[in-house]
Design a protein around this ligand. Structure first.
Ligand SMILES: CC(=O)N[C@H](C=O)[C@@H](O)[C@H](O)[C@H](O)COP(=O)(O)O
Length: 232
């Protein structure tokens, strides 16, 4: 299968949850246009409406995901084949999914990956949190593995406070023959460069580019810390 994401690509994740003022396809497709104009070579988008809207404004490869929250299951990124199928029909040529072995509302992840490849004819972008999960995703036929979930599974939670998981990128690159994508907490250009130095095929940046509310909070924290230092 052709690998759609070119080596060295910066991919921009254009996602906004329902509580975010930028929620919705109008804003997310505008974000995708801005990302493309800035040189991004791929977009990650969530949900049928956003994927369809992004597809309408760009021909860049789209990593489409379908987030479904269900209190009974920890897996929320494209848990089922039906979710994947809707996202494929909306225009995603690459389906992103949680490739951890945790319980999900759907079939086991190895079968899900296989069905997406054979029945939908789409590339599979496996979000993982450990080297073991990366190995399993490769064995199941994933096209890419990405460090998206490092820090976000129960057993990797401590990683969340220590920046992006550059060590996991290096380990995946050294062990696996498929493209390794760096994703999760890459919030400066220097960290993106560090991922490429460790052999990443591509890097996905979300919050630091497409979430003005979080970006504002960072600046406000810096301002408040400064004012605190002055003791005013
Ligand atoms: C853990 C999880 O659900 N990650 C999500 C995956 O789609 C997104 O919320 C992230 O924004 C994305 O991975 C990009 O990461 P960052 O926003 O840190 O650059």
């Amino acid at each position: 299968m052709t690998v759609l994401i070119p080596k060295g690509a910066l991919i921009v994740s254009c996602q906004a949850r329902a509580d975010n003022p930028l929620h919705g396809p109008v804003y997310m497709s505008a974000m995708a246009c801005a990302a493309e104009a800035g040189g991004a070579m791929g977009v990650r988008a969530n949900g049928v409406a956003d994927v369809r809207a992004v597809r309408a404004v760009t021909s860049l490869p789209i990593i489409g995901i379908c987030k479904v929250w269900d209190d009974r299951f920890p897996v929320y990124i494209t848990p089922s084949f039906e979710n994947a199928s809707c996202i494929a029909q909306a225009g995603a040529h690459i389906i992103g999914l949680d490739a951890t072995p945790r319980p999900r509302d759907g079939e086991p992840v190895d079968r899900l990956i296989s069905r997406i490849r054979t029945e939908l004819g789409r590339e599979v972008f496996a979000d993982i949190s450990t080297i073991e999960e990366g190995r399993a995703a490769h064995a199941s036929g994933a096209t890419y593995v990405a460090t998206t979930l490092s820090g976000y599974t129960e057993y990797t939670a401590t990683q969340k406070n220590t920046g992006p998981d550059l060590d996991l990128i290096a380990t995946l690159v050294s062990e696996l023959p498929l493209p390794v994508v760096a994703e999760g907490r890459f919030d400066t250009p220097d960290l993106v460069a560090a991922a490429f130095e460790r052999g990443a095929h591509a890097v996905v940046v979300g919050t630091a580019i497409t979430n003005p509310r979080e970006i504002t909070r960072r600046f406000v924290r810096a301002a408040q810390a400064r004012m605190g230092n002055r003791g005013s």
